[in-house]
Design a protein around this ligand. Sequence first.
Ligand code: ADP
Ligand code: ZN
Ligand code: ZN
Length: 713
Amino acid sequence: MPNAVLRLALPSPLRRLFDYLPPTGMSTSSFEPGMRVRVPFGRREMIGVVIEIANDSEVPAGKLRPAIGRLDDSSPMSPALMQLCLWTAQYYQHSLGDTLSWALPVLLRQGEPAQAHQERFWIAAPAASPDDPRLKRAPRQREALTTLAQHPHGVAHSLLSQLQLGRDALDGLLTKGLAAVETRTQAVAPRHEHWLAQPELPLNTEQSAAFEAIRAGLGHYHTYLLAGVTGSGKTEVYLQLIHQCLQAGKQALVLIPEINLGPQTLSRFSQRFNARIALLHSAVNDRQRLDAWLAARDGDADIVIGTRSALFTPLKNPGLIIIDEEHDGSYKQQEGLRYHARDLAIVRGHQENVPVVLGSATPSLETWHNAHSGRFALLRLTQRAGNAQPPRFLRLDVKSRPLDSGISEPLQQAIGQTLAQGQQVLVFLNRRGFAPTLLCHECGWLSECPRCDARTTLHQRSGELRCHHCGHVEYKPRHCPSCRSVDLRPVGAGTERAEERLRVLFPDYPVHRVDRDTTTAKGAMDRLFATVHQGEPCILVGTQMLAKGHHFPQVTLVAILDADGGLFSADFRAPERMAQLIVQVAGRAGRAEMPGKVIIQSHLADHPLLVQLTEDGYFAFAEQALSERRGAGLPPFAHLALLRAEAHKPGQAEDFSIRPARSPKGGWPSMACRGWSCSAQCLRQWSGVPGGFVRSYWCNPRRAHRCTGCWQQ
Ligand code: ADP
Ligand code: ZN
Ligand code: ZN
């Protein structure tokens, strides 16, 4: 085959493959798909992945360039991972090279060898003895040898000083042949015979039904939705399934949302099992990530736990995939390769023939629909495990009631009573900062972001106006930029303002704020939670960071300051997200013997979705919301496309989106008869990019021809 070429995927946005000749002196027969190859690309070098060995190329033979070198002796990727990447690139219309690049650990992308970290180990020679006559006059060497002899697997070079082993003494032993140096990876812990480090809890009836159903399906693909109210013992079901999987000699992959990666979650896994657990999340450094990835690939890790991107971890013996809190927004990657880890998990389960378990107290409507249409098996847990009581909901109509920094009079009373009873209160408000807008009382000027057209949020403590969309920051003006008036007033309330007001209203109790502004310091969150767990009466104010993962047994009152945003938004998913948040926040409370109460402030206290949610629960809400989506022709009953225009000037982005819509023929088909003034049908979204202007339109092809409110009759 004189023309045989390497067909490579390169990390570039171009959706095509690139042909190269093998490096000089090598033939294509020493390559296989998945291997990394260094190649010249323009004036740069790049690392590509072999996709196939082709017999001929469309590129004229004279123009083909040889690759520079081969980085692997065998493919670092498992064929299954390769297959998943191919599928992903195709489905999300993303370049294959870029997709592979997202899927590989950073160090492999950069060309590091696909090998676990190597270290030098000092080890005593087999027959060496501290009584050796040659050591008589060398007490330090004798001591060193004694220490080494206590470590039959050797002492890592990096630990020498900790064990007070001096280099001189060791070198002396080395020359005498009494010690040796080995370079190898950290000794791999052997597989365990007894997987359980802690007894399993006896499952209740619902838990065992769910457990048995999934256990019976181990070894085959099927997707299960474990829909269980908060605290119903889903995690216990996962743990027992993982145990089954380990006993069968298989590995389990567990995905959890970033925010749940607290020590609480992880310790439940490590306390239960004598297993080798590989962790893959954003706090893990590149080296640890590669080591964990390799351990999973080679079967040296039994359980892999990670966030979204851990889905792309190769597994030698996959047995089970679990997606905890499957509805969580963090499973969707919104930049670069835009993928949904939950959806890809299902594809992967299918490809590798293993069951996929989706767990949630508040399943996404897409998943709920799939469970009802029979694509997924529905397993319900309706009771809280143990004897915790479900919380009671109270809708508080705030129409025409004065709000004091977002807090109504009846709510103030309820908070006061709870604190007086020695219990804790959680106040939830999904808006950081002091106030969502700054308004000029004289002329009506509103603080807007100069870079995108979102309103900027006032952060009182730092004296700044910040755009939560694009990150723009400026100082809070002293005068109105438009009329010079000094009467600038904050409108609405954010967590900072609520915190400030609560401190004034309840001066005898500590008020803790939990949002992205207060918890950036390392360990700040853990310290705060430790304080709260001591159980003294206090108020917690915060954003959705409070809604997930953590349990506050002493909290008996949860206040949701503003449920209206979710009911009014132009984003069709807003009510779903609002309902999920309310349920999740409510689930933080009353886990012990004290039942919790949830007060929801709203101007639309009688909104059917809110009534359904609070009276009949999330699943009834989901039915109602789905039937509304069906009526409106929205997902999952129809497909939507998002058109996104990015430009440096607002007009250009606008132009791009409007022009095709206005042209009588051609243009964006789904935009052809739409105007964005009719919000019922034109769901529009704003977002920002640094230094640019972005405008996004959701288009709904099915509704397009019924549009009456816009420019075309
Ligand atoms: P979820 O994951 O659904 O929120 P968890 O698994 O965290 O629920 O369970 C909530 C609490 O109930 C935990 O403290 C857990 O130890 C306990 N629990 C779970 N299952 C049982 C059971 N079968 N018997 C007794 N306690 C249980
Ligand atoms: Zn003004
Ligand atoms: Zn902005």
